[in-house]
Design a protein around this ligand. Structure first.
Ligand code: 13P
Length: 255
């Protein structure tokens, strides 16, 4: 049985003081919802302060990106060694990083391997653009992204990580994929691509999240889908009441 996850990607939002306030408000509402993995992903500069808010509890912490190298002349970058011991999770290959910061399937694959080598759990993002969607290319594109991201990993490594299917057209637009559409891609494309390369058992054990305009009002139907194990949440994760409601609804659906 795959444990559900509600992961908040705070993106480039919140100062350190604001992040502490947000994390505290969330902690106070969902500290005891242990049937759902709750993960907060603030910006790098906020990680130590949010870590202090979460210490001693069961809410996880994640970074939004990292470099693959141990250290070196990469101005402005953060290495996996710097995140080890500070966070449990790291988002890799978010579409905004692929789009604005030239990340490729190849760099995503390197980052995943580096994260795993440091005991960090990657949350690997895939998803098609509106143009690809309209051209009927969603299945082949997303399947290709999954296979390229996971190339060279072992089955054990694959089932330890998390894939987030985030159609770009649904991110920040208020136009979430329908639960049926999201189920179709998470199941027949993402999980099928894992099964093709690593076998059915690994595919069944790997958690697949949906992301893109999720909120308290639509999360129940999304979480009722058999191949969707959680959500990677943007805007609604910045609203403590909304995020906490999503966690509680997920606990109900799985209860
Ligand atoms: P929204 O929930 O704001 O659409 O963002 C989704 C996302 O990109 C999470 O990584």
């Amino acid at each position: 049985m795959r444990k559900p996850m509600m992961a908040g990607n705070w993106k480039m939002n919140k100062t350190i003081d604001e992040a502490v306030e947000l994390a505290t408000a969330i902690r106070d509402q969902v500290a005891d919802e242990e049937s759902v993995d709750r993960v907060l992903c603030p910006t790098f500069v906020c990680l130590p302060a949010v870590r202090a808010v979460l210490d001693g509890g069961s809410i996880g912490l994640g970074a939004q990106n990292m470099h693959w190298a141990e250290s070196g002349a990469y101005t402005g970058e953060i290495s996996p060694a710097m995140l080890e011991g500070l966070v449990e999770y790291v988002i890799i290959g978010h579409s905004e990083r692929r789009q604005y910061f030239a990340e490729t399937d190849e760099t995503v694959n390197k980052k995943i391997k580096a994260a795993l080598a440091h005991g960090l759990i990657p949350i690997v993002c895939v998803g098609e653009s509106l143009e690809q969607n309209q051209a009927g290319e969603t299945q082949s594109f997303v399947s290709g992204q999954v296979k390229a991201a996971l190339a060279g990993l072992t089955g054990d490594q694959v089932q330890s990580l998390i894939i987030a299917y985030e159609p770009i057209w649904a991110i920040g637009t208020g136009l979430a994929a329908t639960a049926k559409q999201a189920q179709e891609i998470c199941g027949s494309v993402v999980r099928a691509a894992i099964a093709a390369d690593f076998g059915q058992d690994v595919a069944e054990n790997t958690r697949v999240l949906y992301g893109g305009s999720t909120k308290d009002k639509n999360i129940r139907e999304i979480m009722q889908q058999p191949d969707i194990d959680g959500a990677l949440i943007g805007g609604a994760a910045l609203q403590p009441d909304n995020y906490s409601a999503m966690v509680r609804i997920t606990a109900e659906v799985y209860g």
